[in-house]
Design a protein around this ligand. Structure first.
Ligand SMILES: [Zn+2]
Length: 128
């Protein structure tokens, strides 16, 4: 790579220019560019999913997901990329928990209705 200061061609792995000692971009143990491969700002906040979970499936789990989802953008703006990723992951987890429990609750209600219908049907048949 070329040195941005003097233009000397350096080895790609070199983190200091051999000519002037200028620190080269992309190299070196202190580089912060390698910590965010997706780029800062690409953290999904799951806010839409969290609201849908709250409205459709499971209110308590959805609210927890919304609380975490709301923190993602705030942390990104504060420059806390790791914190934003953490909240994003938690929002996603609570979304899936809410979705799973909401689905399970619906299945149980559906199952009880079927059992109730069968029991009612069997009872009326027994009555004849
Ligand atoms: Zn140089």
């Amino acid at each position: 790579m070329f040195c941005s200061k003097c233009g000397t061609i350096n080895d790609d792995n070199a983190f200091r220019c051999v000519n002037c000692g200028e620190q080269l971009q992309g190299g070196g143990p202190g580089s912060s560019t390698q910590q965010a491969p997706g780029g800062v700002g690409n953290v999904p906040n799951y806010l839409v999913q969290a609201i849908l979970i709250t409205l459709c499936c499971c209110l308590p789990f959805g609210i927890v997901a919304i609380v975490y989802a709301a923190q993602v953008n705030g942390k990104l703006q504060a420059g806390d990329y790791q914190g934003a990723l953490e909240c994003s992951g938690k929002a996603k987890m609570w979304c899936w928990l809410g979705f799973g429990i909401g689905l399970l609750a619906n299945l149980i209600i559906f199952g009880l209705q079927i059992i109730g219908a069968i029991a009612t049907g069997a009872g009326s048949m027994r009555g004849y």
